[in-house]
Design a binder for this molecule. Structure first.
Ligand code: AMP
Ligand code: ZN
Length: 105
């Protein structure tokens, strides 16, 4: 099972800051800025390249962005970066899709 599925199943500890029936968000273990949150769907999808419209995956990605917006608002962030690394050559190391929310305020 992948590391994010283990976090989702609570087999590995993480600092969860948001969760619902489809999405979990937790602090990145190696933060690149003051705020570095990973927004992750419970469904295991390896990369953005593997999204399946017919399974509702595009709507799921929309929900991930909505969670990012909510966290940005709650943390009162003026600005933030939202990033998907797609594929090994782009720096993806965990093959379970996740949206990075990175901000210094
Ligand atoms: P990516 O390079 O887009 O695949 O990003 C994976 C991210 O997951 C990196 O920023 C890692 O620091 C982070 N990460 C890896 N393991 C954990 C963990 N156990 N808990 C929280 N974040 C993690
Ligand atoms: Zn997974």
């Amino acid at each position: 099972m992948c590391i994010f599925c283990q976090i989702i199943n609570k087999e590995i500890d993480s600092e969860v800051i948001y969760e619902d029936d489809e999405i979990i968000a937790f602090n990145d273990i190696a933060p690149k800025a003051k705020t570095h949150v990973l927004i992750v769907p419970r469904k295991h999808i390896e990369t953005i390249k593997d999204l399946k419209t017919e399974e509702g995956d595009n709507a799921l990605v929309g929900k991930m962005v909505a969670v990012a917006q909510k966290i940005g608002k709650e943390k009162n962030l003026e600005g933030y970066q939202l990033t998907f690394n797609v594929g090994k050559s782009a720096g993806q190391i965990v093959f379970h899709i996740h949206l990075h929310l990175i901000s210094n305020g």
